[in-house]
Write a protein that binds this ligand. Sequence first.
Ligand SMILES: Cc1ncc(COP(=O)(O)O)c(C=O)c1O
Length: 491
Amino acid sequence: MTASAPTGPLPKYHQLADHCRGAIQAGSLLPGQRMPSLRALMAQHMVSLTTAMQACRLLESEGWLEARPRSGYFVRQPSVGLLAPVNDPPMQRAPDAAQYVGIHAKVSQFLSLGRLQRFKTNLSVARCAPELYPAEALQQAALRSLRHHPDQLVRAAPPQGCLEFREVLAQRALGAGMRLSAGDIQVTNGCTEALNLALRAVANTGDTIAVESPAFYGLLQTLESLGLKALEIPTSPRTGISVDAVELALRTTPGIKAVVVVPYLQNPTGSIMPNAHKQALLRLCQQQDVALIEDDTYSALVDDAVLREEPLRAIKSWDDSGHVLYCASLHKHLAPGLRLGWISGGRWKARVEMLKFAASRGNERLAQMAAASFIGSAAYDRHLRRLRTTLVTQRAQTAQAVSRYFPEGTRLTVPRGGLSLWVELPQGLSATTLFHAALAEKLVIAPGTIFTNSSRFDSNLRVNCGWPFTPEIDHAFARLGQLVGTLAKTG
Ligand SMILES: Cc1ncc(COP(=O)(O)O)c(C=O)c1O
């Protein structure tokens, strides 16, 4: 699984294959795209027909290309799942009630260690490279908005959010089956504020909240900061939270006020909940009269291949009782810099609006107006399609790097969308130890332990694939793989 050193000059067809493979890895040739014809390859690279054919056959045998009858060669969806997937946890285990005393300190310590260093490569974030977001189009939209409403910077913003923005959000929510009006939407400062408001609306200090395990560390920090207890529920890297385990928890643990789930591309595992699980979870929450906080930070990044099988469907779309507080964000798929998110609070709508007003008043207009103009246009759909296609390639390149460089026994779940991979080290090796060893070399990863308050997931790490896969990133994975190899030898 380590990269083999080149020996002697490569035959011409190998060199040509290397060149084409590099173009695919760099994203210059995208999955589904037609390869230049054999004739074009012959002319561009001054090689014979035999050499061009041999190069394409080699790439086909490696899984990079597929031949389609009478149409030529096409770039394949890169083969993923090269490594065995990360194991499911035992799903029926009775959860341990855990008070998150100290979780904040633990997470913050890791984050600040990562930030303190002037790192070379940061694989610990969960967002895309700035160049993958539509900076220029958003800038134009903001300038247009300022021209049309020159006084917007000096007028107070509406507490619930700009109507224009809430209207396009409501329109787009139809795509996930939700019938909302602009009045159902409260604009927030990212999903972080939406989650804070949701939790504060449904729970009081000392209450218990059921969360996925592992869970997004920011949620654990929020729970700690609000004085709430978290109950970690086993979560499959494929199908998300165990509904049976939630049921068991609701039966056996008194005082659970809410369940928080990320149905699409859970952070950190990337799981997607099947619709049947979402409906069962909603029924359970309705029967037990418990709030269901749906964190939909990532659904815009679900692969098109998945969407062709089944359109997006938010849990909120089945909610006829108002038990779901739906929280979303533009951070991951459109513009981290705008810090825009929103919440539809269901039966807690009025309380959410009051809490938002008390906490921070309305979000500033300009960001909302720029986002509204872009999201309301066809350019938004084009941007999302392009971003999702790019992420397919980057995810596959990252998965291939892990499988190439990490020692045997490493496990990896490649999600069907998004910008992160969840890796499990072999032989129970500690990703916390790896984190410190990597930091010494100015490489940052997100160790599994920050996604839980338990001692679980110490062998896991989350790595980012939102950046174009450059030689520098390839090198970082090669070095990480060597560090894991050293850990394996030294125990
Ligand atoms: C699952 C999940 N929810 C919420 C957030 C926070 O979103 P925002 O940056 O919009 O506040 C994140 C960010 O990483 C996340 O992964």
